[in-house]
Design a protein around this ligand. Structure first.
Ligand code: SF4
Ligand code: SF4
Ligand code: FES
Length: 254
């Protein structure tokens, strides 16, 4: 094992910047965030980096390491043995400084989604199957790595047309709750833009919580939208001008 790693860290802000090279001693068990902190402590005290838990729980230390969106605190440095380690801020979001980006757009999207809306405030019982199905979605730590990698947001800059995979997970969490009575299907089709997702599964590949974003959230939601709007029988009745029961505000829970 080499006795040091070469890091090339982006330094700059919204006006531009460049990678700068730093050298970090190889210490067993070191993660990329440790290396960035070493650089801060020894060479660049003004290096901006966002972090909090250092335990893969807060979702703060998202960055791109050798081109892959990752949590810096969950990525071992010795995975990059023999390579230069390039550390860049998430490309999908506006840069603030160095490795820190402005992710506030995500919080604005979150405000648009109707929250859990039970029929009554009374306690309810849930089948274990329903608990298991939505439990996976509760593991999201809002690191926004899935938003960063999604080509609809990253390359096509379609933030006005698609909420992104993190919020498909959020909407699935509510929609699949058996006690929830809000109707998010029209929003999914229109404002949230679920049709923009072409199921490449890149989001699932980068999720540090191993949430099956496409298979368990996006595809079932796409099916609900298709049932509502593209089912030929419902379409036939709509053309006849008859009331479509699916247009009522309480959707059937699947
Ligand atoms: S599967 Fe859909 S949401 Fe996920 S990265 Fe691909 S286009 Fe984006
Ligand atoms: S779904 Fe996964 S990748 Fe996306 S924000 Fe949540 S934890 Fe991060
Ligand atoms: S510092 Fe909290 S997830 Fe990395």
């Amino acid at each position: 094992m080499s006795d040091q790693f070469v890091l090339r860290i982006f330094r700059g802000d919204q006006n531009g910047g460049e990678e700068r090279e730093y050298y970090v001693p190889a210490i067993p068990g070191m993660v990329v965030l440790d290396a960035v902190h070493y650089v801060q402590a020894h060479d660049a005290p003004d290096l901006a980096v966002r972090w909090n838990c250092k335990a893969a729980h807060c979702g703060s230390c998202s960055a791109e390491i050798n081109g892959m969106p990752k949590l810096m605190c969950k990525t071992r440095l010795d995975d990059y043995q023999g390579q230069v380690v390039h550390i860049q801020p998430m490309r999908t979001f506006p840069i603030i400084k160095d490795l820190v980006t402005d992710v506030s757009w995500n919080y604005e999207v979150a405000k648009k989604i109707p929250t859990f809306h039970p029929e009554t405030a009374a306690p309810f019982r849930m089948q274990q199957w329903d608990v298991d199905r939505i439990q996976e979605f509760h593991h999201c730590i809002e690191c926004f790595l899935c938003q960063d990698v999604c080509h609809v947001l990253r390359d096509h800059h379609a933030q006005d047309e698609y909420f992104g995979p993190r919020f498909m997970v959020k909407m699935a969490e509510f929609e699949m709750h058996p006690a929830d009575r809000a109707d998010r299907i029209p929003q999914l089709k229109n404002e949230a833009g679920i049709g923009m997702c072409n199921v490449t599964k890149c989001c699932t590949e980068v999720c540090p919580q191993h949430i099956h974003i496409t298979d368990n959230a996006i595809i079932p939601l796409k099916e609900r939208v298709a049932d509502r709007y593209y089912d030929p029988i419902r379409s036939f009745f709509r053309r006849l001008g008859k009331k479509d029961e699916s247009s009522q505000s309480v959707p059937t829970k699947g």
